[in-house]
Design a protein around this ligand. Structure first.
Ligand SMILES: *Cc1c(COP(=O)(O)O)cnc(C)c1O
Length: 211
């Protein structure tokens, strides 16, 4: 039911800007939700899931089908990075050199996205815009990490329209550096994100209900 509603939202947003819905990957953010809820969405065809805590995700990943693409979307602590690279397929929250040093120790290839603190918020994780070029070189030189593009969470806003300039800036930044994937948009603002070029939306509440 919820999945159908989300797919309709994706389709409508794509239609408005003449995009093919097949260009938008739906990542079901399953943090705090049990294995059964994930399996139910898997049975409906969802194959991309996002988790933000290693401790919680580990047992779930081991219990669920092996063809799931797991996205790590939480704060990437260096001391957990090796284990994260062993379990996850995509690490969306790269923002520090030390994380890279630890990720490679898994000797397992992962797709990597750089997280950008798009509104330069003091308490937020993610790389500030001016540090992107230097850090990108380090990511590109990192073995086992396949750079795919940029990700942002963005500031909390009351009206999703307020996200449009931030999403638009991230897209331009991603185009400038040759990123292919653009991970932006959540339950409240996926339409604006898709209209601004998102290729990966991370949706929790709209798929699973309240956490
Ligand atoms: C929890 C979370 C989401 C999903 O948020 P919803 O508003 O529940 O859709 C997306 N991205 C990140 C990084 C998250 O931590």
């Amino acid at each position: 039911m919820r999945l159908k509603a989300v797919r309709e939202r994706i389709d409508r947003a794509c239609e408005q800007v003449d995009r093919d819905p097949a260009e938008v990957t739906l990542i079901a953010v399953s943090k705090t939700h049990p294995v059964e809820a994930i399996q139910a969405l898997y049975d409906e065809g969802v194959r991309n899931f996002g988790e933000n805590r290693l401790q919680e995700a580990g047992p779930k990943i081991e219990a669920l089908p092996g063809d799931i693409v797991w996205h790590f979307i939480g704060h990437l602590q260096s001391n957990k990075a090796k284990r994260i690279a062993q379990l996850f397929n995509v690490v969306q929250t790269l923002c520090q050199p030390r994380q890279l040093d630890e990720l490679v120790k898994a000797e397992r290839s992962v797709d990597g996205l750089i997280e950008i603190n798009i509104a330069n918020e003091a308490q937020k994780s993610g790389l500030s815009t001016e540090d992107l070029d230097g850090y990108l070189l380090q990511v590109l030189n990192c073995p086992y990490v396949q750079f795919q593009g940029l990700m942002t969470v963005g500031p909390a806003v009351s009206d999703p329209e307020q996200m449009r300039p931030f999403f638009g800036n991230l897209r331009k930044m991603n185009e400038r550096i040759g990123g292919k994937w653009l991970s932006m948009g959540m339950s409240g603002d996926m339409e604006v994100a898709i209209q601004e070029g998102s290729t990966h939306i991370r949706v929790g509440t709209a798929l699973f209900g309240r956490r």
